[in-house]
Design a protein around this ligand. Structure first.
Ligand code: GLN
Length: 296
């Protein structure tokens, strides 16, 4: 453990801790983001909301709490995501535990789930989330479709442990199974699903140069990357699985790489799906909804 006598937090007074975050991080993050970090950390470490923080500004905290703030500032200097530092994030009003073994759920993904929930014709009785990670999509759907059977699969045992804990802490009933969908079809108690969703790895290796260090250096490569020579790798496997296991009037919903919207749609059409390409709130082509083509 590094020598803490070099700690630069001048005192355990709350306002000095806040100042420490601003001076340490001002060259790395915008002021508004540093403010947000401070609120998140006081809430996570001490359970204080913004008002309590304001009221305690002249007060002090104990030495072990002070150390936690110190290490959080050091982590932020290394661009460690705040969600990993506090160990959780919020997704569709659920508290989701996250660690370096899973992707941090994105607002784009949240938007896709909200879109599904608002679709009046989508009333699934069975749901499967492929590449579930923290379980966020499966859990958000389970909390909305209370009577549905919901399954999540992932290749990573670490992700599944976290996903199961997230089901427990949110009191939701989702069954998680380990499976590598690139090589095996999962063996599940249900054979067909009314809704199959997935946010699989889709970032090409060559896109690494455009990525920020918080993602590139801290989030799991296993959940992010696909080879440049086969960007649709996961969508091909998911499409093949859905050909056999999506119910005839079921819905397939995929988060996608914004650069491969048309290519992914074309491939799915050749597999026998009708596809719609949807934009996200940043106006990027971010998801595909697909149905099995009706045979005449
Ligand atoms: N959208 C994520 C990102 O921007 C990637 C998610 C994924 O590969 N499934 O990093």
């Amino acid at each position: 453990m590094p020598n803490t006598t070099h700690m630069t937090i001048p005192s355990n007074r709350v306002r000095d801790i806040e100042r420490h975050f601003h001076t340490t991080l001002s060259k790395l993050y915008p002021d508004t983001e540093i403010e947000a970090f401070i609120y998140i950390l006081f809430e996570a470490f001490l359970g204080w909301d913004k008002v309590q923080l304001l009221l305690h500004r002249e007060g002090t905290i104990n030495q072990s709490d002070l150390l936690r703030f110190y290490w959080a500032a050091e982590d932020l200097k290394q661009y460690r995501p705040i969600q990993y530092i506090v160990g959780y994030t919020t997704f569709c009003n659920l508290r989701i535990k996250v660690s370096e073994g899973v992707l941090i759920p994105r607002p784009e993904t949240e938007e896709i789930v909200e879109h599904i929930k608002q679709c009046p014709s989508c009333q699934p009785e069975s749901i499967l989330d492929l590449c579930t990670g923290s379980g966020c999509i499966a859990l958000a759907l389970a909390s909305h479709y209370r009577d549905a059977y919901v399954y999540g699969i992932d290749i990573s045992a670490e992700a599944l442990t976290l996903a199961r804990r997230n089901a427990l802490t949110n009191n939701l009933n989702v069954s998680f199974y380990q499976c590598d969908i690139l090589h095996h079809a999962p063996t599940l108690p249900h054979d067909t699903f009314d809704l199959i969703v997935s946010n699989p790895p889709y970032v090409c290796e060559s896109e690494k140069s455009d990525m920020l260090p918080n993602v590139l250096n801290h989030e799991p490569a296993l959940a992010l990357f696909v080879p440049d020579n086969d960007p649709l790798l996961f969508y091909r496997a998911i499409g093949q699985y859905a050909q056999c296991h999506l119910s005839s009037d079921g819905l397939l919903v995929l988060e996608i790489n914004e650069h491969y919207g048309n290519a992914t749609c074309q491939m799915l059409q050749q597999m026998g799906f009708d596809t719609t390409l949807n934009k996200d709130f940043r106006d990027k082509e971010r998801s595909i909804t697909a149905h099995k083509t009706l045979k005449s």
